[in-house]
Design a protein around this ligand. Structure first.
Ligand SMILES: [Zn+2]
Ligand SMILES: [Zn+2]
Length: 406
C-alpha cells in the first residue's frame, strides 16, 4: 500500500491524504478546505491529487477543514461519512447556499465496512465537532489508524481513554493530528468550563451574550447545563436549533422543546429559511420561540454572532454593564473590530474568554501515540511537529505531495 499526504503536512486544516492499494484502488481521507483560503476562492484541490481516475472519499468529521473541498471533486467519486456528520454537512451547505453534494454514503461508528479491497472501521471519538471518527483501515496486509481531529478532555473523552486501554493490535502506521503541539493553549475539561460559566452566570445580574459555534455540541451542552443550574434559559438562533434537531434524536442532547431552551426568531435568519422554502421549519420553531424584543431586560444566556447584532439592535436589545459578553471560541478567530465584540464593548458589557480547545493537549497526543504503539507515526494537522519530534518514536514527517510505502 502507498500513502500520499497531499495537504496537511505542515499546516492545520485543509487535510487531504490518499491511500493506494496494490490493486490500484484508492481512498482519500478528507478533502479539507485550507483554513486560510479566502471565502470565495475556488480551485483549491491539491495539485498532486489525481482526479482523472476513480477514488472513494472518507470524511472523518463535519468541520470544513476536512470536507470543504468536496464540491471540487469529480461527481462520480462516492463520499462516505458518519450519519450525523452527513446531516451537519448538508445544513452547512444550505446555509452557505452552495450546491448540495451527495447523497453521502454513511457509516455507523463501530461497524466495519469495505471500500473495494480496503476494510474500514470508524471509531467514534471526542472532538469539538459532533460525530467525529478515527478510522482504522486495513488492506494489503497492513493496518493504519487515522486519528482525524480528537481530544481527551471533552464530554466524550472516555471514548479515547477506552481506545488507549485496548488499542487495535499491530498498527503499522498512525496518521496523527498535532494541532496543539508547541502551544500553551489552556486545555480544561468541558465540565470545568461549565463551572466557570456557572460562576459568571451566578455573579452577573443581566444577560450572558455568548459567541460559540452552533456545531460545537459539547459547548451547547455546557451552556445549557450552566443556564439550568443558575435558573436561566439558553437562547439559540434558528441555525443552532436546526443543528440540534438534526442530531438529537436517540440522544439526551438538548433540543427545541426542552425546558430552559428557547429559539430566538430574528429577521435575517427567518428570511433565509423563507427563501429556502422552509417556512414550516420556522413555524415549528416558533412554538419554542422568543422574539428578540423579549430579550430586553432579561437574564437569558443569549447566543451572539456577528450576523445577529443588527436584528437585536433593531428590536432595542442593547448590552449594558449588568450584562456579560463571552467569547467561547478560539481567540484567533476574534477580531477587535468584529460587530458582536464591538457592540458588546460599546455597551459596557463585561468581556470574558471562556473556552477550551477542541484538540488534544501535547501531553495527551504523546500518551495517545505511546498507547497505540504503531511502527511509525506520520504527522499531520499541525505546525510545530519538529519541536515535539523526540516525543514520538517512529516519527516519519512527509512533505505535502510526498508518497511513501506503508
Ligand atoms: Zn481539523
Ligand atoms: Zn475538527
Amino acid at each position: 500500500m502507498k500513502l500520499i499526504l497531499h495537504r496537511g503536512a505542515h499546516e492545520i486544516g485543509g487535510t487531504c491524504i490518499e491511500l493506494i492499494h496494490s490493486s490500484g484502488a484508492r481512498i482519500i481521507l478528507d478533502a479539507g478546505r485550507p483554513l486560510d483560503a479566502p471565502p470565495d476562492a475556488i480551485g483549491l484541490l491539491p495539485e498532486t491529487l489525481d482526479v482523472s481516475c476513480p477514488a472513494t472519499v472518507l470524511i472523518c468529521h463535519p468541520h470544513q477543514d476536512h470536507w470543504g473541498l468536496i464540491h471540487e471533486l469529480p461527481d462520480s467519486w462516492p463520499i462516505w461519512t458518519g450519519e450525523a456528520s452527513a446531516r451537519l454537512i448538508e445544513i452547512s451547505n444550505r446555509l452557505a447556499r452552495t450546491p448540495l453534494k451527495g447523497p453521502f454514503l454513511t457509516w455507523k461508528a463501530g461497524i466495519a465496512f469495505d471500500v473495494g479491497p480496503f476494510h474500514i472501521t470508524p471509531i467514534l471519538t471526542d472532538h469539538s465537532a459532533f460525530d467525529a471518527a478515527m478510522l482504522l483501515i486495513e488492506g494489503d496486509g497492513r493496518r493504519l489508524l487515522y486519528s482525524g481531529d480528537f481530544r481527551r478532555h471533552g464530554r466524550k473523552g472516555g471514548l479515547v481513554d477506552r481506545l488507549m486501554a485496548s488499542p487495535p493490535a499491530k498498527v503499522d502506521l498512525l496518521i496523527l493530528e498535532g494541532t496543539n503541539l508547541g502551544t500553551d493553549k489552556p486545555v480544561m475539561s468541558e465540565s470545568a468550563l461549565e463551572a466557570d460559566f456557572v460562576a459568571l452566570m451566578a455573579r452577573k445580574p443581566g444577560r450572558i451574550f455568548t459567541a460559540w459555534s452552533g456545531q460545537n455540541i459539547d459547548r451547547t451542552v455546557t451552556l445549557y447545563r450552566a443556564a439550568r443550574r443558575t435558573g436561566r434559559d439558553l437562547v439559540v438562533d434558528l441555525y443552532t436549533a436546526e443543528v440540534l434537531e438534526a442530531i438529537a434524536d436517540g440522544t439526551r442532547l438538548p433540543r427545541p422543546g426542552f425546558e430552559n431552551l428557547k429559539v430566538v426568531l430574528t429577521r435575517g435568519l427567518r428570511n433565509h429559511y423563507a427563501r429556502a422554502g422552509r417556512d414550516s421549519f420556522v413555524e415549528r420553531m416558533a412554538q419554542h420561540g422568543i422574539s428578540a424584543s423579549a430579550l430586553t431586560g432579561s437574564r437569558h444566556v443569549v447566543m451572539l454572532r456577528d450576523g445577529l447584532v443588527r436584528d437585536f439592535e433593531a428590536k432595542g436589545v442593547l448590552p449594558g454593564p449588568d450584562d456579560a459578553f463571552v467569547w467561547s471560541m478560539w481567540r484567533g478567530y476574534l477580531q477587535d473590530d468584529g460587530p458582536a465584540y464591538s457592540w458588546a464593548r460599546k455597551g459596557g458589557a463585561e468581556v470574558q474568554f471562556l473556552h477550551t480547545s477542541g484538540h488534544a493537549s501535547a501531553s495527551d497526543l504523546k500518551a495517545f501515540a505511546a498507547a497505540i504503539t504503531a511502527r511509525c507515526v506520520v504527522p499531520v494537522h499541525g505546525k510545530n511537529w519538529q519541536m515535539a519530534a523526540s516525543d514520538f518514536p517512529g516519527l516519519v514527517p512527509l512533505a505535502n505531495g510526498e508518497m511513501r510505502d506503508v
